[in-house]
Design a binder for this molecule. Sequence first.
Ligand code: XMP
Length: 506
Amino acid sequence: MEHPIAVIDFGSQYTQLIVRRIRELGYFSKLYQPEELRETGSPAAVILSGGPRSTLEPGAPDIDFDHLVAMGVPVLGVCYGMQLLNRKFGGEVAPGNTREYGPATLMVEPVAGGLFEGLEGHSQIWMSHSDTVSVLPPGCEVVGRNLDGIPVALRWNERFHGIQFHPEVSHTHEGTAILRNFLSLASNLPKFRISSFKDELVERVRSEVAGRKVVCGVSGGVDSSVLAALLHEAQIDTRNIFVDTGLLRADEAAEVESLFAEVGIEIETIDASQRFLSALAGVSDPEEKRRIIGRLFVEVFFDAVGEDVELLAQGTLYPDVIESATSGSIASTIKTHHNRVDRIMQLKAEGRVVEPLDELFKDEVRELGRVLGLPERVVGRHPFPGPGLAVRCPGEVTEEKLAIIRQADKIYIGLLRERHWYDSVWQAYAALIPVKTVGVKGDERSYEYALSLRAVTSEDAMTAAWVHLPYELLAEVSNRILNEVPGINRVLYDISTKPPASIEWE
Ligand code: XMP
């Protein structure tokens, strides 16, 4: 899409959120590294993000200011971005002794207008910085202050604006209005609607594939299903491979097959469950389990498609791309196991991987799936990890434990659907706690495993909060599991946030 709103990433943990907020406002936005400023082409506007460093540090991230000025479009500096702009215009920044982190109050100057048009005079903003602007260059206007009178919003001229706080986080109550006001200063704003973007994607993937044969791994999850549907829509000659790892939920393989049959997409199922279970026998280290599953998955997949892969299609999403490009975080390590293993990296280096969803966020992929005619039970599905139930079965994976998890999970998810909770949680599942405890069943002593139920809300899985499910619902789930699932005599509800816990157990 031409003229995106370019967000320049100086490394803040919130940068991705700026892109999201702009897309939520209905415009197309993309993230770029500071050295990629020229590659943004002719964006409609530029936003310089926050960042963890100080502009005063030697080697701190910089921007080609002359080029930025020459672009002739509105520019908004956020936090680090504002301090950098202030220095570029000839002002100064002073090192802070402590980091100001948390809520503050924005007091809008009467002259403000522009960015603050239509805002309340006072509103809550969210700060996260240590340096502060100390000297303003000539011509720079203060348009907002905090309660101590310190400037937190600047205007250097008609086009260049800066705010010390983060408009992209929800704790800045009028943040979206500020971003909307900023965008209203731009012309040629690129409207972003999935329905029209779909046609562009179809064209794009067609020209990228250029008549070659494609293979695509499908899992029944949202991303790969939408990918397969997109390739189908583009009438691309595709082999869709579904690997049954034996680590899937109850009835999953059959469901995936019926689902694809329903939308007219052919898939080939490879039942590799015995291979996975034997490879996992006796292994209890979580990382070792992941390595085995990741390696075997690629092996099984390539055994099936042979060596003659012309092109491999992957359902990599925008956050995965950003994650692996910008940080060594856990999330990027997670994806390493699947989308970024050696074999695939090699194909990528040879230009033989297509990732048509790599500019989209999860909710946008869901929307695209709907536009492509996928049923709600696919697009609304909770995420499911590549290593499957193995990460919900701490310690050694056995058939017996998998059977328990499957039965309990089916009861739990079934009730969440029935009681209309499924769609309002990000992810929910049952995990086995591999510890046996004493109980009484009938008149007899039992000595069986415990089970954990988890339900979380999240935006893109980076953080998560546990869901306050009603006690009545939890009671019903627990009763049914204890009565119907052999091998379990205790059910617990997981009340851990991420961080410090993760969403999965391993
Ligand atoms: P954690 O447990 O790290 O999970 O909080 C975050 C999100 O990622 C999913 N997940 C995975 N997805 N391969 C995947 O494709 C994996 O190895 C993997 N591990 C976790 C998890 O279900 C959650 O949505």
